[in-house]
Design a protein. Structure first.
Length: 301
């Protein structure tokens, strides 16, 4: 077994294929969608170098496990192949703890606890973490929702708006602005541009709602995974100045129709269970709860 840091853009595709193949074996339990991998690296950790936060274990068959540290969020995530031993998985989890704490210290990020989300059905992972001194905080903080793309509702869009793909790098500033207006985030043009040129981003799979005056009123990033025949919406946002007009539902319908036309069988979206607005939106669009995730924490000593 060899352990190494992220080395080149092609590594992201290796991790996406690994998760997709493992997810196919477990019906999605224990493995994030390939689109979430990109988003967690380049959005959730936008201020960090992938070589600093990504560690990969490889054996003769390729990727055996990998770990993403998210020091700014005081958490990490670990993915281990189904054929690997409990002892190896515990080794990777222990390294994830140590590396995340090391990065937090390096970047002067203070916290009393470390966090790690675990799929509710991943009994092996849950058992290992409990044995390592972790505690479950509550049940189902997040949930992946899934819908079949066979019988989709008709698309609709309120008057005065249209939905189209992002045209390319020249729209980075406007897309960053609608992200900020939707979530209160702080994307700059330069930061969003860096994400757009990262391996795996496809501007034609990011859709924006545009007003007749050319303003961006909403957006959704989508990610296609042919291995699991699924498409992910991550995230979906409507600018605060254009809410309560049905734009969120219009974006979701547009995205899942596009996924179906691309030959995918399922649509997937995640939401925080405490966010009733998002939960109600996705349920009304036809998504059903699929894979819940529970938050685990450990005191930092």
């Amino acid at each position: 077994m060899k352990k190494r840091n992220y080395q080149k853009p092609a590594d992201v595709a290796l991790l996406q294929e690994f998760n997709a193949q493992q997810s196919k074996r477990t019906n999605g339990c224990g493995y994030s969608h390939s689109g979430d991998i990109f988003y967690h690296i380049y959005s959730g950790n936008k201020g960090f170098d992938p070589a600093e936060i990504l560690t990969i274990w490889e054996d003769n068959n390729g990727v055996a496990a990998w770990m993403l540290a998210s020091p700014g969020r005081k958490e990490f995530e670990v993915y281990v192949g189904q054929d690997q031993s409990d002892g190896f998985e515990q080794e990777v989890l222990t390294y994830g703890e140590q590396r995340t704490l090391e990065l937090m210290k390096l970047h002067r990020i203070e916290s009393d606890t470390l966090s790690c989300d675990v799929f509710s059905g991943d009994h092996k992972r849950r058992k290992l973490l409990l044995e390592m001194g972790w505690q479950i905080e509550c049940e189902a903080e997040y949930v992946y929702n899934k819908m079949s793309l066979t019988d989709l509702p008709n698309r609709f869009l309120p008057a005065g708006y249209r939905i189209r793909p992002v045209k390319g790098l020249g729209e980075a500033a406007r897309v960053a602005e609608v992200h900020n207006g939707s979530f209160g985030s702080n994307w700059t043009e330069a930061e969003y541009l860096r994400m757009m040129i990262a391996p795996g981003y496809q501007h034609e799979l990011e859709f924006v709602v545009e007003t007749e005056d050319g303003d961006f009123a909403g957006f959704t990033l989508t990610w296609h995974d042919p291995i699991t025949s699924s498409g992910l919406l991550e995230p979906v946002g409507v600018h605060r100045d254009h809410r309560r007009k049905g734009l969120g539902r219009a974006l979701v319908y547009h995205a899942v129709h596009h996924m179906k036309a691309s030959g995918l069988a399922y649509g997937i979206v995640m939401n925080e269970t405490a966010n009733e607005g998002a939960l109600n939106l996705y349920r009304s669009c036809g998504f059903k709860p699929w894979q819940p995730l529970d938050p685990f924490s450990k005191m930092i000593v």
